[in-house]
Design a binder for this molecule. Sequence first.
Ligand code: HEM
Length: 399
Amino acid sequence: MTMTSADVHFDMYDRELYASPYGMFRRLRDEAPLYRNEEYDFYAVSRHDDVARVLSDRAVFTSSKGGVYQIASAGIEMPPGMFIFEDPPLHTIHRGLVSRLFTPRAIGRIEPRIRALFEAAADELVGAERFDFVKDFANMLPIQVIGMLLGLPDSDLASLRDTFHRSQNEATADPDRDAFAGVAEAAVWFTEYLDHRAANPTDDLMTQLLNTEFEDQTGTRRQLARDELLLFLVLITGAGSDTTVNAISWAGSLLGDHPEQRRKLIEDPALISNAVEEVLRYESVSYHICRTTTIDVELHGQTVPAGSIIVTLPGSANRDERHVEDPDRFDITRSPGQAYQFSFGPHFCLGASLARLETRVAVEALIARIPDWTVDHEGAALTTGIDTRGWDRLPVEVV
Ligand code: HEM
């Protein structure tokens, strides 16, 4: 098996490919399961088993250089607290502190508020002949949920959302842009807010994090340093807002394009959780997740040298015919199997159950009010980044 066959070319920055990657993903799986891109200096794996191996073996495939290509290739030194890009022991400690706040119980407590928020947004659409699924519905909901969790002031949520949207989309669409600029911008905002919250404690997640005591990697008992806490907040907000807008917008476009599947949901709303899993499998929000090799490693008979960037393609793994039957068929009744849109292994998304809940509640709220819509594909526009995939504009007509 060769690493590249002459016309298998995977360029993450290619907009046409981004719009329709599944033919190329299949070719990568079949013809170049270990793909090498010389121009951008990365390897890529696309098969289900290879993606699982790379994402789960952190000793060989580290996150510490950055879990997205633009950061890993820039050689940025990671500050402590951005635990999505950490290895043990720090990752285990930091993740443990935050994971307590995302338990099903903690999320269950805010479900009624999430439902009320999403239903009010869906109510606004009743009677419209056309609306934009992103701009008029999904856009603000996930950041409002983060606002509830962290106790952020409503008046700043729109600008925070825009900051993260810019850093995850416009900045990563261009290999020469600084993908960390949005992080720095958001950190400034959170610094001011942290001062305010320290002086005015409440029962929100921010206050809990401020007061948490833990044993660090040196065995010292302490509270979180200010910079660690700042990066936690940036990470939670950045990881949980745009991604979930994308998931809700994929539900809007796929259910709009598959009226027969949508009818099944209307007849049996108990299928909605399953439908959400299928939406997430079929159109993975996560476009790529990367790791860096710590040692020379054998993959498909080739040696990948230590220090190489390996890009994993969750959207390809989710459609690997070696594991999924008839993977290119969108079928909301299929039994969900292992899928990779929320990663796999030690960095598995901490917000996965929250994101699933939000997407389910969004679909429930919408189809109860607007059962039928068609997507105006001419007016629609995909997001522009390379970390994630979703919609920036998704106009629909109510039928
Ligand atoms: C559909 C929506 C979402 C998608 C597709 C998604 C995707 C991901 C992926 C792929 C990773 C792991 C990256 C890696 O392995 O390097 C991750 C990690 C993470 N996500 Fe999500 N995410 C979503 C929603 C959320 C939400 C709602 C939150 C919280 C409010 C959240 C918080 C996190 C955190 C804190 C991590 C870091 C976990 C760790 O490194 O241990 N995510 N997410």
